[in-house]
Write a protein that binds this ligand. Sequence first.
Ligand SMILES: [Zn+2]
Length: 212
Amino acid sequence: MYSYKEEDINHERADDIDGIEFISLNFDADEIVGDNIHENYANQISINQFISEARKEAKPHKCYYCGQKTIGFCNSHSIPAFCLRNIALNGKVYYANNFINIPGCDTQGGINKTGTFHLLCRKCDSIIFQEYENPKNYEKIPTSIMLSQIAMKNHLKNIAKRRVENILYKKMKKNFPHFNDLCDYHIRGTELDLEEYTNDYRKAKSANIKKI
Ligand SMILES: [Zn+2]
């Protein structure tokens, strides 16, 4: 595994890391920075507002595990936070976009915003992943309980992601009618994914309950 050196700390792009070559989509500098920095900034704010509204609307009213009504959803990590702390640099981890550099998308973020989902009440989050979130269990061969908990987290993360995307495409359809067909295609895709991920989550949950 690559270990960070002191001089990497000031580097903003992962392609600066010695000995590792990353692919790039080769956007021109003006596409990345923008000809007009103010316009770019304004665009970024409106995109962020759009995504933030979709995230709010995508929040469920009930905990995905116990089914109880809740307003205070837990900031659950798909990968345990203690694992992320081991690879973080100054409290931040690199996103995949650090390698491909899509304009307008973040290249790194804090541990509390990385790989998270908001579908569970705090009580459930603190109970149902205990085997996966105990570092002592990593010295042994993973048990079937741990595997079912990993599966639950992965499916919940995907469910949360598709819920937001579904709302985003619906909002896009409303605001930009000329993208109607494209939006319908993606709305249907996110709904099919949601059905599949939800079924798989239920199977993992059932396996976890049977073995606890
Ligand atoms: Zn719950």
